[in-house]
Design a protein around this ligand. Sequence first.
Ligand code: ADP
Ligand code: ZN
Length: 517
Amino acid sequence: MTKEQVLKKYFGYDKFRPLQADIIDTILAKQDCMVLMPTGGGKSICFQVPALVMEGITLVISPLIALMQDQVQSLKANGVPAAFMNSTLSMVELRTIEEQCKSGELKLLYISPEKLFSNNYLGFIKTLNVNQIAIDESHCVSNWGHDFRPEYIQLKVLKEAFPSVPMVALTATADKVTRKDILTQLGIPDAQIFISSFDRPNLSLAVLPGRNRLKIIHEFIAKRPYQSGIIYCLSRKNTEEVAEGLRKLGLRAMHYHAGVDAQTRSEVQVAFIKDEIQVIVATIAFGMGIDKSNVRFVIHYSLPSNVESYYQEIGRAGRDGMKSDTLLFYSFGDIITRKEMIQKSELPDEMKEVQFAKLDRMKQYAESEICRRRILLSYFNEEAQNDCGNCDVCHNPPKKFDATIFAQKALSAVARAEEKVAMGLLIDILRGAQNRAIYERGYQNLKTFGVGKELKYEEWADYITQLLNSGVIDIAYDERHALKLNSVSWQVLKGERKVDLVRFEAYDVKRARLDEE
Ligand code: ADP
Ligand code: ZN
């Protein structure tokens, strides 16, 4: 069968979405690839269709048991012979699936990394006619990602075991550094990368100061009596308190977190999907693999730990493409709590540093006065042509001034310092600071040394952050946060493009606006 016939026969669709056909052709040509698509973008089809076109069996590595079970169930419902192997199965069940693998009747085998590396399952898999290896949620293999899973590290051996079998790494969330790392970790450095647009124009974006949160949420939901949504909280205890508070206000709300027993969790999920519960108040445990396309709002009760998580979480709203709303509460208290959480975590120091840097980007997003969608897209290295018109900043735009000269000074200093300096040192160069870091590297001899004396340190920090947020400059977390030039930077340097920024506002003024409840 051709890929089009498979799509029609097993999935009932007439057309591929953008990129799907190209990705499938790449896999059918036995080449490795990486697929970046937002949640709901249609990643699964990209490996499920080739699995059915080719002879043999496709191996799908998936970290989440619930997700694996859902996918296998819906494949079976469509008449696709598929099965999963994970720790929930009995010996007898495992034996049955092994037999089905051997006889060649299965087309897709989902397996968790734990299972794959236990009892020499890999040895068993090697005896099969494997035609493709799909790594779902592949960002879990990277230290730079936000959901690192140590058991994913071992997946390296797959490419060694099956050098000529095409491998496809899929994820809904990876910035540039994470992408590069995923390919290295999986041993497929030359994989072709497919990135579909991350833009979700149907989601409105808004940030509010973290005051009177419960009251504001109540008013927000009261305006939407027939719509359901998710509220993300920072801690388990927090989800319980907020759900309780909303119930007292007369809303059908339930909490959900990993500490709730499995039975209750699945009841809550089902009730939510059937619209019997209007609001789920959850930790990040909720959402992965929840197939509810008409979630109409996602609220963040507190600041998420990084932009990737935030984007993935708001992405659970409006998967049907209909207009949906998102709301983020932000306070200085949230930042402090998040910092403490990172500090207390068991991560090695250099990883903590990455987490702090990512938290900082999240904070900048919340504080920014640039179109929020522009920031999100630039975070994923996508260039937004226009402001979106569907975020709070667009609805209430701040006054801007022509800051092209400042941008050019900063960018040319980045270029002269050979893209090796982080923001602090760059500002020292611009302001002509006399300190050891400067002299050690000889930066006092750069042509750009001291060209930005007219601005205070804080002003430069604010403007460079705005440049970063609007995609005029890039940052490399894996190179000690060195600032990097991109194609937009060069347009600005050559005078082909103007840069407008919001006038610097002193820290205490911002702070007064944001003060805690
Ligand atoms: P992801 O894994 O990227 O979150 P899925 O693969 O679950 O997304 O797909 C999301 C939804 O889009 C599913 O309901 C899927 O059946 C549907 N879908 C995927 N590809 C197509 C297509 N070519 N035409 C129509 N619907 C599609
Ligand atoms: Zn906007």
